[in-house]
Design a protein around this ligand. Structure first.
Ligand code: NAD
Length: 484
């Protein structure tokens, strides 16, 4: 699969409206995870490039971009959403090649990117302050103002969706952005930036500097000219980013990992639950922050749920992105090694079922067949640690209290779901589960760009998506006018 659908040079960075080489001309190799073949090079952005990008963003704020009204910003984003929709097939092909995700999943990500642009385009001029009743002789009101220059550090698993939700919201609020996509997958970030130019986004409002995390990413996180950092990625790097930003006393949004449970009670509608139980674990080969990697099942239905999930697992096929099967490759040889390392520590566990590798899967691809592990003790490392691969564990429970304790018993708290026909139980669990989102009799609610998203505990802090993101990408000013 070649990159013939890409309409820009993948080895350039974008600063102040100019596509150019990284300072010093460094490059990084680009690989197709479905084959392991090299497919080109990207720029290795440096700290000097980040300096230039931050300066360009600052310049945009005092130039055309900073002078645009909220309505005009909204129009640019809405146009951008339209351009993304027109290029959905190209973007899906590019993402499938770069990330290895099956084409239909890559397509869904491109449509979601358009939807973020539409949502934030429409919302840009609907963010309002308040008037506050106060002392006699005063009028008090609040203004929501952009932070200024926002830094966006993005991982490789859902580049388009994460760029849409963070850059889309930041631009809607009038910030100027410096985007550091992941070195493993940055092509749709560059493509998106070129569409933003076409949509009329002024130069410097969005700058894109691909490069290594420890170089370009670290330079961005700790840059004194940045006013807010939005980081999506691992817990370890997230805490480094927060520490770097703390030196400049800059707010940070951290969207980190998860070990999200689905809790299946005896009164659940299993036919309705089954597709969600499995798909939420294997989508994007399990490389999803909100993947549901733990399935908690009330013991009286344990055998039934295990065998129904196992039947679905046995029907799963793994293969190259272009074949558009159930599961694609993992992003890299390293990620494959990590996931296989976890599986090597599952000898003491019962494997209920695995998927199978398609006969035509290229040998160099980073494939791991989905694994369903049954009867897993809640304190086992596979039941506590984020694996970030197509592995789900089934954990039995006997009482509601025990289910809540197990569900809340990891360091994470991103997403959770409850399967039960009892309204009272649904309400109790919705309150008791430690997570940024709780779903009742579904999982993920179709991804909803409108729905605030983010974690508790080691899943991070701050919220993106929905209107909440607009509040996160702005600061509140209180104006108190004394007029007698
Ligand atoms: P990662 O933390 O290794 O990398 C994420 C980004 O940080 C990349 O752009 C990388 O280049 C950059 N980076 C690396 N080192 C850096 C440093 N020292 N300073 C600044 N930036 C640096 O994460 P990953 O492996 O790419 O992504 C997987 C992780 O992301 C998983 O833990 C997953 O759960 C999480 N994730 C969370 C969400 C969410 O919304 N909560 C969404 C997607 C992924």
């Amino acid at each position: 699969m070649a990159l013939d659908r890409l309409w820009i040079d993948p080895a350039k960075i974008l600063i102040a409206g100019t596509w150019r080489d990284a300072e010093g001309g460094g490059r990084l190799p680009l690989e197709n995870p479905s084959t392991g073949d090299g497919i080109g090079e990207i720029a290795a952005g440096t700290a000097a490039d980040i300096d230039a990008a931050v300066a360009a963003a600052r310049g945009a704020l005092s130039g055309d971009w900073g002078r645009m009204t909220a309505t005009e910003r909204g129009r640019v984003l809405t146009r951008l959403g339209q351009l993304v929709l027109e290029r959905v097939d190209d973007l899906a092909q590019i993402e499938a090649t770069d990330v290895g995700k099956p084409l239909k999943q890559a397509r869904a990500d491109a449509v979601a990117l358009a939807r973020y642009c539409e949502f934030y385009g429409g919302a840009a001029d609907k963010v309002m302050g308040e008037t506050i009743p106060y002392l006699d002789g005063y009028t008090v009101y609040t203004l929501r103002e952009p932070h200024g220059v926002t830094g966006h550090i993005v991982p490789w698993n859902y580049p388009m969706q994460i760029i849409g939700r963070s850059v889309g919201a930041a631009l809607a609020m009038g910030n100027a952005c410096v985007l550091k996509p992941a070195e493993e997958a940055c092509l749709t970030a560059l493509a998106f930036a070129s569409l933003a130019e076409e949509a009329g986004l002024p130069p410097g409002a969005l700058n894109v500097v691909p490069g290594l995390g420890e170089e370009a990413g670290a330079a961005l996180a700790g840059h004194p000219g940045i006013n807010h950092v939005s980081f999506t990625g691992s817990v370890g790097v997230g805490s480094l980013v927060q520490a770097a930003a703390a030196k400049n006393v800059v707010p940070v949004t951290l969207e980190l990992g998860g070990k999200s449970p689905q809790v299946v009670f005896a009164d659940a509608d299993l036919d309705a639950a089954l597709p969600f139980l499995v798909n939420a674990g294997i989508q994007n080969a399990g490389q999803t922050c909100s993947a549901s990697s733990r399935i908690l099942v009330e013991r009286s239905r344990l055998d039934e749920v295990t065998s129904a999930m196992a039947a679905r697992y046995r029907a799963l096929t793994v293969g190259p992105a272009t074949a558009d099967l159930d599961v694609g490759p993992l992003i890299s040889a390293r990620q494959k090694e990590i996931v296989e390392g976890f599986l090597a520590r599952s000898d003491d566990l019962e494997t209920a079922a695995t998927g199978s590798l398609a006969g035509n899967a290229p040998e160099g691809g980073h494939y791991v067949c989905p694994h369903l592990l049954a009867n897993v003790p809640p304190d086992h490392s596979l039941a506590r640690d984020e694996i970030f691969g197509p592995v789900q564990v089934i954990i039995p429970f006997d009482t509601e209290e025990e289910a809540i304790a197990i569900a809340n018993g990891t360091d994470y708290g991103l997403v959770a779901s409850v399967w039960s026909e009892s309204g009272a139980r649904q309400m109790r669990l919705a309150k008791a589960l430690r997570a940024g989102q709780v779903f009742i009799n579904n999982y993920g609610a179709g991804g909803g760009v409108e729905l605030p998203f983010g974690g508790t505990g080691k899943s991070g802090h701050g919220r993106e998506k929905g209107f909440e993101a607009l509040y996160g990408f702005s600061s509140l000013k209180t104006v108190a006018a004394r007029h007698g």
